[in-house]
Design a protein around this ligand. Structure first.
Ligand code: SAM
Length: 386
């Protein structure tokens, strides 16, 4: 049996169970949710699969060493206990990403600098040459995670973040992170088993992610940047090609209808460009209609949208706007499940429909609620406790 290793896939707050399920489906073992990440076990095939096919992962790390440090000296010495020549040549380049929490090492940049110094000094002492830093496209991206006195060092197998799918070249205001959009669709339980609409689609992230799921297009199918592991000395190109081909072979015609609309013609144009970038022009029907004029395309389906959440988004009165969304849901979208993500909780209350599910998510630094409303014929209940 191929060698089993522990990996860490990072994600966003609230998407941990979704990512854990995705990884299980890909064949990962001993899957365990932690804060904003999922631990799992597998071989190199699983590592490649997680990078290529997990829609709700931001990056996948390979842990190499953990140690305790209470001061700078111990930190530096701890990093140097790893034999970095296993992963890097003296002529290669490195970058260090860092995250710190706690009082001992407060500054992430300082932790990154100490790590970088320890790595390059090890090479200088051994080979009289040292790797250079290249933050954009290094041979090796090292991840250092500091929590109090516990230091975890990992290799970043993804390189560029996995939210960079490669299709979104045009944006308008406040685009959603692709990983969040995919996570929201997975959280909704939509499984390409009915029509899908995003009536305020901005640059089209939600309908494009939905179309890729429906067509089983791998989330990295259009990746431009390559993966971090491509540059590793142990890169197994034959295995990689096998993993990629097997995932690409799953691509199928879209079994349902997917719609995107936005009243802003700039947004519509951006979405059109991105849909082309994603190769989904035959699978997403695009309109430019205000939500109060948009008609439901069929008797049932799933609507997911990310409406404007503050006045900067050219909606003057948020209270009235969200109330109008709720009224429209009641009158036009009977038979549909509608999900709204918003950081504006006061406005969400104005929807005035019973919330059948509410989940906490983050859109960047914004704490958001992701609310589900189920519309039946005659849905009128209000839920003042939102
Ligand atoms: C937060 S943005 C959506 C961003 C999008 N999820 C993305 O990833 O790019 C909200 C969008 O709602 C659109 N919008 C605002 N009011 C609308 C209305 N009444 N009908 C349709 N679209 C509307 C705006 O033009 C804007 O593009």
């Amino acid at each position: 049996m191929a060698e089993q290793q522990i990996f860490i896939a990072k994600t966003m707050y609230g998407l941990e169970p979704i990512l854990a399920e995705e990884l299980r489906q890909l064949g990962a073992k001993n899957v365990q949710e932690i804060k904003r990440a999922v631990l799992f076990e597998g071989d190199t095939r699983i590592l490649y699969k997680a990078n290529y096919s997990a829609r709700s992962a931001l990056r996948v790390l390979v842990p190499v060493h953990s140690f305790e440090a209470t001061n700078e000296k111990e930190f530096y010495a701890g990093v140097r206990t790893v034999d970095w020549s296993q992963y890097l040549n003296p002529t290669d380049t490195i970058a260090v990403d860092s995250f710190t929490q706690g009082d001992v090492f407060r500054h992430a940049q300082f932790a990154a600098l100490l790590t970088k110094d320890a790595v390059v000094d090890q090479f200088r002492d051994k080979y009289s040459r040292r790797p250079n830093v290249n933050v954009v496209s290094p041979h090796l991206r090292i991840n250092v995670h500091v929590q109090g006195t516990k230091i975890d060092l990992a290799l970043d197998a993804s390189g560029d973040s996995l939210h960079r799918r490669g299709y979104r070249t045009a944006t308008v205001e406040a685009p959603l992170n692709e990983v969040l959009a995919a996570g929201m669709i997975l959280l909704s339980g939509w499984n390409a088993d009915g029509d899908f609409v995003d009536p305020m689609c901005g640059s089209g992230t939600i309908p494009i992610e939905a179309a890729w799921m429906a067509t089983r297009t791998p989330p990295q199918y259009k990746r431009v940047a390559g993966f971090g592991f491509f540059k590793w000395p142990n890169f197994d190109e034959t295995l990689w090609n096998e993993v990629k081909q097997a995932a690409d072979d799953q691509i199928r015609p879209c079994p349902v209808k997917i719609y995107g609309s936005d009243m802003d013609s700039r947004a519509r144009n951006a979405t059109a460009v991105n849909i082309m970038g994603a190769g989904m022009e035959n699978n997403i029907r695009l309109q430019s209609v205000a939500f109060d004029k948009l008609l439901r395309p069929s008797n049932s389906g799933v609507l997911i949208t990310n409406p404007p959440y503050d006045e900067r988004m050219r909606v003057e009165d948020m209270t009235t706007f969200y109330k109008a969304i709720g009224d429209r849901f009641k009158k036009q979208w009977m038979g549909w499940d509608a999900w709204l993500i918003s950081s504006n909780r006061a406005a969400l209350k104005q929807v005035g429909l019973r919330t059948s599910k509410r989940l906490a998510l983050f859109n960047g630094p914004l704490e958001c609620s992701f609310h589900k409303f189920e519309m039946y014929e005659g849905t009128k209940n209000t839920d003042p406790g939102v």
